[in-house]
Design a protein. Structure first.
Length: 512
């Protein structure tokens, strides 16, 4: 029995991404001087690396900058299905938009899948790329109509797919749609190849370099923390997941965030292949992968707004229970969780940052489908920057506007205001002296509410839990030992360091 739980559990004590463990990535220096390049790409996840790679192929002098290590954002913690089957998306798009938009979204994602496949085949990239059929399914009677509507949308749009009354794996389903010819891979082994090519093509890559601000002009000035250094460039690309820059474009009220969870499981039974995702109240995702030459299953699901879960360990336990009941669990070598961003209408924002800044570009809001959407972003941003035509420019243009989106925009702003107020009145739950080793909580200290964590050796860390981004109250995330902000998803370590933006400044430390 794991020490952390009062139920039998094989869960590892600490989160660790399987992709990051099995892939040795190159390291890069911190930027410590002013430089001049053609294009600055801020954020080295799949979107930033693909964009920088494609620009470097076109002869652009590129600087790719990351606040931490490359590929240690959401891309390092994904489940890496490469698929155009994105839940109940096509029926929703057909309800909200013209059929060309729904079909365009599918085509752009299929082209991205084709691009990845061609890269792997042309360059012989060893990244466990494997073609698989994707299945979307439900075991809830009340969801069957929604699934049928999705299947109708496939037929209306000419998307290849088939209806099934059961699944090829031992998971109960009342209905399923298969989409053939999709794929899975180890995303970091694939992106490592692109990173190496960026360097070969003369690109500059910097790690541990947070970009805090930029000044629009000719050239654009991109500033590191406290304006310590400046990158002068003609074009800037914001691929920092949550945009680090919000100037006049209102992105903060147009994006919502969800955390979700994954386990790598050594199963007791044989897996019949395929990639699976349900649409049920308890979300479940399944695919296979290879770890130490052996097949493991990546079982994912359990979504919630960051900072909004009573005990984040419960999500891992729910996945462990599901995996045990379904496949049998011999061992769980890895557990990890991450968060992704969704736009108001579920179509990513890829293109010019705003009409006021035609030389700044953004890619965000991949709605948990960044392997294809992030790759599509690279292709589209390259064409934006080269001023080349691309059939998907209008579809993904961040400046698109409709009434429904505006209503949701107001709703998102309202939700944030509620978080700001609710957080300020949240009570402190624990007494500092009662904190066990490896436990964190809000406590009262010196008459104030502070965030506290006692490490396994007994050392106490106290922080002011006010998010340094926009002042919301962060909440303790027990499973990751972090302080998470419900408003815009910034995350901080127990000692206050920034783990994830948009915040760039650490939480204030509080004296003991
Ligand atoms: C649990 C989970 C499972 C998923 N499964 C799938 C799947 O099966 N298939 C699929 O297609 N998608 C999946 N997704 C979605 C996909 O992983 C993401 O959409 C994608 O990885 C996002 O890539 P990105 O490049 O936008 O961001 P990231 O990978 O987060 O990269 C952004 C980078 O920007 C850096 N950065 C941030 N701020 C700054 C700053 N101020 N200065 C410098 N650098 C900065 C960060 O350090 C980070 O490295 C999943 C997501 C989650 C959460």
């Amino acid at each position: 029995m794991s020490e952390k739980f009062n139920v039998p559990s094989e869960l590892p004590r600490y989160p660790r991404s399987m992709w990051r463990t099995v892939t040795t990535l190159p390291t890069f220096p911190e930027l410590r001087e002013d430089i001049k390049v053609d294009a600055t790409v801020v954020g080295a996840g799949i979107a930033g690396v693909t964009t920088a790679y494609l620009l470097s192929l076109e002869g652009y002098k590129v600087a790719l900058i990351d606040a931490g290590q490359i590929l240690d954002g959401t891309t390092g913690y994904t489940t890496a299905k490469i698929s155009a089957q994105h839940g109940l998306i096509y029926s929703e798009f057909l309800t909200n938009f013209r059929p060309e938009i729904a079909k365009g979204y599918y085509d752009a994602n299929i082209e991205a899948l084709r691009f990845i496949r061609e890269m792997v085949e042309t360059h012989g990239i060893d990244c466990d790329f494997k073609e698989e059929t994707a299945y979307l399914f439900t075991n809830q009677e009340d969801k069957l109509d929604d699934l049928r509507k999705e299947f109708d949308a496939y037929q209306e749009l000419g998307i290849p797919g088939q209806w099934h009354d059961s699944l090829p794996i031992p998971v109960a389903a009342k209905g399923a749609i298969s989409m053939p010819g999709q794929a899975q891979f180890n995303p970091l082994k694939y992106l490592k190849f692109l990173v190496e090519k960026i360097v070969e093509n003369g690109g500059l890559i910097y790690e541990n370099t947070t970009i805090e601000d930029a000044k629009y002009g000719k050239p654009i000035e991109v500033y590191t923390l406290d304006k310590a250094n400046t990158i002068f460039c003609n074009e800037m690309v914001v691929t920092s997941h949550y945009p680090f820059w919000n100037i006049q474009a209102g992105y903060f009220s147009r994006l919502s965030i969800e955390r979700s969870y994954a386990l790598a499981v050594k199963p007791e039974t044989t897996f019949q292949g395929g990639m699976y995702l349900n649409i049920d109240d308890e979300k479940r995702s399944i695919r296979s992968a290879v770890f130490e030459g052996e097949e493991v299953l990546i079982v994912g699901g359990e979504n919630h707004q960051p900072g909004k879960s009573d005990n984040t360990f419960d999500h891992y336990l729910a996945l462990e229970k599901f995996a045990g009941e379904t496949f049998g669990v011999r061992e769980i070598p890895f557990r990890w969780s991450a968060q992704d961003i969704t736009t108001l209408d579920k179509i990513p924002y890829i293109g010019p940052f705003s009409s006021d800044y035609p030389f700044v570009f953004i890619a965000t809001g991949f709605n948990k489908w960044g392997m294809t959407n992030g790759t599509a972003a690279g292709l589209l941003l390259r064409d934006n920057i080269l001023r080349r035509s691309n059939p998907y420019m209008d579809l993904f243009n961040p400046g698109r506007f409709n009434d429904k989106s505006m209503n949701q925009n107001i709703a998102t702003s309202f939700k944030m205001a509620k978080e700001l107020i609710a957080g300020k009145f949240a009570g402190a739950h624990e007494k500092i002296d009662n904190l066990e080793p490896d436990q964190g909580a809000l406590v009262r200290h010196g008459g104030k509410k502070v965030g506290a964590y006692r490490d396994p050796e007994g050392k106490l860390f106290l922080v002011d839990t006010t998010c340094t981004h926009m002042g919301c109250e962060t909440a303790w995330n027990e499973a990751e030992r972090s302080w998470d902000c419900p408003c815009h998803g910034s995350r901080f370590s127990y000692s206050g360091d920034v783990l994830e933006g948009p915040a760039t400044e650490p939480l204030k430390r509080v004296e003991e």
